[in-house]
Design a protein. Structure first.
Length: 190
C-alpha cells in the first residue's frame, strides 16, 4: 500500500512538471509574441486575459490527459465494474476513488509552486513582455499572481483553480466511463 502511494505521488509530480514544461513550450510558440506585444503596448488587462484563458484551457487539457492516462489500466476498469455491480453512483465512485488523493496531490502541486511564489514575492516589477523560461514554466498560474498582486493569494488561488478543474474533469470522466461500461456490458445493465 505504501509503495502504491509513493508511486502515485511520483507519477503526479512528474505529470505536473511535464505538464508545466509542455504548457510553457506551447505558450512560448503560440502566444508569447501576442502577450508580449499587448503588455508592451500597455494593454496589460488584455495580456493578462489572454494568459488567463490560456491557463484555464491548459489546465483542462492537462487534467483530461492525466485523468485518461491514469484510468487506462485494466485494474481501473475492473474496479469501475465492481463499483457498478455494487450499485455505486458516479458521485460515490468519484468520492471513493479521488478524494483521498487530495492528501498528496495538493502538497505536491503547492511544492511545485513554491519557487515561483518566492520569486513573485521578491520581484518588484512584473514584465510579461520580457518573461523568461522560469516565468513561462509557471505561465498557467502567472495570471492569478498578477491579478491579485499577491504571492500568497496567487498561490492559494492557483491551487484552488487547478484542483477545481482537475476534479471537475475527473468527475466527468468517472460519469462517462460508468455510463459507457453500463451501455457496453449486458452484465452491468440492470
Amino acid at each position: 500500500m505504501k509503495t502504491k502511494i509513493i508511486k502515485s505521488i511520483l507519477f503526479f509530480l512528474l505529470a505536473v512538471l511535464a505538464g508545466h514544461l509542455a504548457e510553457s513550450i506551447v505558450f512560448g510558440l503560440a502566444l508569447n509574441s501576442i502577450v508580449s506585444g499587448l503588455w508592451r503596448d500597455e494593454y496589460t488587462s488584455k495580456a493578462v486575459a489572454v494568459t488567463a484563458v490560456y491557463g484555464v484551457i491548459a489546465h483542462v487539457v492537462f487534467s483530461a490527459v492525466y485523468s485518461v492516462i491514469s484510468s487506462r489500466s485494466v485494474e481501473f476498469r475492473e474496479y469501475m465494474k465492481n463499483e457498478i455491480r455494487a450499485g455505486s453512483s458516479a458521485p460515490a465512485i468519484f468520492k471513493k476513488t479521488y478524494l483521498k488523493n487530495l492528501l498528496y496531490e495538493v502538497p505536491v502541486y503547492f511544492t511545485v509552486l513554491i519557487p515561483f511564489t518566492l520569486y513573485f514575492s521578491l520581484l518588484k516589477n512584473i514584465d510579461l513582455s520580457n518573461s523568461f523560461s522560469f516565468e513561462k514554466f509557471h505561465i498557467t498560474e502567472f495570471w492569478l499572481y498578477i491579478t491579485t498582486g499577491s504571492a500568497a493569494a496567487g498561490v492559494f488561488l492557483s491551487v484552488t483553480v487547478f484542483f477545481l478543474i482537475l476534479y471537475a474533469v475527473r468527475f466527468i470522466m468517472i460519469a462517462v466511463t460508468r455510463k459507457k461500461l453500463i451501455e457496453n456490458s449486458v452484465t452491468l445493465q440492470g
